[in-house]
Design a binder for this molecule. Sequence first.
Ligand code: PLP
Length: 397
Amino acid sequence: MSHLMKTYSPQAVAFERGEGVWLYDTSGKKYLDALAGIAVNGLGHAHPKLVKAICEQSAKVIHTSNLFTVPQQETLAAKLCELSGMEQAFFCSSGAEANEATIKIARMYGHRRGVELPTIIVMEKAWHGRTIATLSATGSRKAQAGFEPLVAGFVRVPYNDIAAIENVAQNNQNVVAVLVEMIQGEGGVRVADAEFQRKLQTLCNAKEWLYMVDEVQTGIARTGKWFAYQHAGVQPDVLSLAKGLGSGVPIGACLGARRAKDVFQPGNHGTTFGGGPLACVAAITTLQAITDEGLMENAAKVGAHLKTRLQTELKGVAGVIDIRGMGMMLGIELDRVCGVIVKRALEVGLVTNVTQDKVIRLLPALIMTQSEADMLIDKLVPLIKQFLSEPVVATGK
Ligand code: PLP
């Protein structure tokens, strides 16, 4: 009998070690990893520079607490601000925590402006985390069910719909911020129109709202730019990061700029583990390796190759609704529930994922080469074709 709480229904496979884009299970079977720990292991597995940096830092000091200066935080914050156009960073340990900070900044900002019930506009199908506040911001009834009462102070609108937000702007004087993903990862790899984001930023500026972008999944070069908002040429006031930042060593960040600068003052927010020396070194090394090895450019190039090959191979295949995404963040939407593909892929040595029941999601490491991408396609496409040739099984969903 397992002594774990039943929060997940994990596959039976357990990975023992990894190297680059490859994983090996406890029986020695080899798998091509097209998931990278859900967009975390951007450098792949056992990257030599990361392993060395983590080992060296562990031998010096792992944790000291935020009651003392952590020089690695200053280095990491400066680097992230340089890459993102932001001005200040707060470090924590997960995406949900980064968004908690985001939400708290918006509320504090609102109160400072005399808004008693500060309200944040959030999107349908958004995913911001599973703490009570981030769950309330998340647009999934399935994830929220059973955890009511949810936190007040959120208004939900359809994604990519600027008119809906303008409508809220006219009728709700309590709005102080908008929280949005550039690509909804858990929401089915749905990409925001660049035009929508640009209009949204303009509206936020006009209303003096905070334009808050959740790049927990899309950030750190995954989409072929350091941050996905750079594709649209916009600039957030608040930015949340996690997943790929520490390459698997837990670290999240909430970055602020302009209107959102200096909102937090000593005593307003904090966390014991956030921005410890080990996690910061892992993040600094990750950013350095991405730069030195041209991994952002690689993500753009190999991701485009993956997408083109998927479009070519699956062209005209009945049951394929859409192929979308950017860089190393791609989704293949089918016309039916397809969770079984994850199991079948494991059987042929491929690690992948299905989100929103019908969307096969690919999130490979940024280091994936073109020939490894070809292997991925050669494993995945026959599975999809076989699956779609079978009679549709009633699932009750
Ligand atoms: N925000 C986005 C966009 C995410 O994709 C996720 C996780 O999938 C989160 C926030 C929550 O991050 P975490 O699971 O690290 O709390």
